[in-house]
Design a protein around this ligand. Structure first.
Ligand code: ZN
Length: 313
C-alpha cells in the first residue's frame, strides 16, 4: 500500500478546540499550552482567531496570547481571520500567517451573507493584498465540502468553483474542513484524488471533526490519496455551533499514535502531546473522545503485561 513516509500535523486545538469550550481559558493557561505544543515538535500551530470578542468570546485574548507565546524557529503560528479588522490585529501581533474561511454551502452563504461562496472568496481581495504587503501569507479554508446540514451533498463542481476563486486571489494552500462530521473514507479518497488531479499546484490540508467517529479513517483515506497535511486538536477538544452533538477535531494523540505505529514520520513527540492533553483535560474538567488518553499507547500495554508476567514468576 502506498502511504506517505512523512506527514505534517497542524495543531488547531488552541483555536478550533478552545473556541467551542464552555470554559474560557485565561491568557497564561493558553500560553502554557501553546508553548508546550511548540516544544513537542509541531511545525504548524493555529494559535487563535481574531474575531469580534462578542462573536467568539473564548478567542477575545488572542492578541495578547499571540504576542506572548514563545515563537520557535521553523514553526508556523497561524491565526484565523474573517475580515480586514482581524487582519489588522494579526499585523499588530506580528503574525506571519493567516487563514480565511468560507462555507461550501451555497444555501448557508446566501441566507447569511447574501452571496455565493465564490463571491465571498472574491471579497477577500483587499485582505489578501494588505496581508501580502505586510509579509503575511494567506491560506484558505473551505468548510463542509464533504456535506453540509443545509444541502447534505455538495456537488464537487461547486467546491471546485471555490478553489478557483481562492486561486484567483493567489491563495494556493487550501484546507478542506469537515466541520459537520459528515465525510466518509471512500468519499474522502475519491474527492482528494479528483482535487489533486485538477489542482496539482494546491497544497491541501484536511481537517476532520470526529462527530461520527470517522475522523481517523478519513485521515487514512486522505493519506492513501497522497495528502500529507492534517489538522488535529489536542485531546480532541472542540465542537461546532451549527451541528448538534458535534465533536471536536480528531484528537492529536490518536492520530499521532496511529502514525507512529505505522512508522510514518511526524517529528512530534507523542509523550509530550499526551502530557499537554492531560493537562488541558484537568483545566477543562471534563473528559473527551481521545482514545489514547483513556487507553494509553499500545507500547505501554505491552510493557504492563510483561511486568505482570514477571511478577508471576
Ligand atoms: Zn474545525
Amino acid at each position: 500500500m502506498d502511504l506517505p513516509k512523512k506527514v505534517v500535523l497542524c495543531e488547531v486545538g488552541p483555536r478550533d478546540g478552545l473556541q467551542n469550550e464552555i470554559k474560557t481559558l485565561n491568557v497564561d493557561e493558553k500560553i502554557n499550552l501553546i508553548n508546550s505544543i511548540s516544544e513537542s515538535g509541531f511545525k504548524v500551530i493555529e494559535v487563535g482567531s481574531f474575531m469580534h470578542p462578542k462573536a467568539v468570546p473564548q478567542m477575545a485574548t488572542t492578541d495578547e496570547v499571540f504576542k506572548k507565546i514563545k515563537k520557535l524557529d521553523g514553526v508556523e503560528y497561524r491565526a484565523l481571520i474573517a475580515n480586514i479588522k482581524g487582519l489588522e490585529r494579526a499585523v499588530c501581533c506580528g503574525a506571519k500567517k493567516v487563514k480565511l474561511n468560507v462555507s461550501a454551502s451555497k444555501a448557508h452563504n446566501l441566507v447569511n451573507l447574501n452571496r455565493t461562496p465564490e463571491e465571498s472568496v472574491a471579497s477577500f481581495k483587499e485582505i489578501v493584498t494588505v496581508a501580502l504587503s505586510n509579509n503575511i501569507s494567506v491560506s484558505g479554508s473551505i468548510s463542509m465540502p464533504f456535506g453540509s446540514p443545509w444541502e447534505h451533498e455538495i456537488p464537487i463542481s461547486d467546491v471546485k468553483k471555490i478553489v478557483n476563486a481562492y486561486l484567483n486571489e493567489g491563495i494556493t494552500e487550501i484546507s478542506l474542513s469537515d466541520t459537520s462530521g459528515m465525510a466518509v473514507p471512500n468519499q474522502v479518497y475519491n474527492f482528494c484524488v479528483d482535487m489533486k488531479t485538477d489542482f496539482p499546484a494546491v497544497k491541501w490540508i484536511l481537517h476532520f471533526h470526529n462527530t461520527r467517529g470517522m475522523g481517523i479513517a478519513n485521515i487514512f483515506a486522505g493519506m492513501q490519496a497522497g495528502i500529507t497535511w492534517f489538522d488535529t486538536s489536542f485531546a480532541g477538544v472542540g465542537g461546532c455551533p451549527f451541528v448538534p452533538g458535534a465533536s471536536g477535531n480528531v484528537s492529536t494523540e490518536d492520530v499521532l499514535h496511529m502514525l507512529n505505529e505505522m512508522n510514518i514520520e511526524t517529528g512530534i513527540n507523542l509523550d509530550k502531546v499526551i502530557n499537554t492533553s492531560k493537562h488541558l483535560i484537568n483545566i477543562l474538567k471534563h473528559t473527551t473522545d481521545s482514545y489514547i488518553l483513556k487507553a494509553g499507547k499500545s507500547k505501554d500495554l505491552i510493557r504492563k503485561l510483561s511486568s505482570v508476567q514477571e511478577s508471576k514468576q
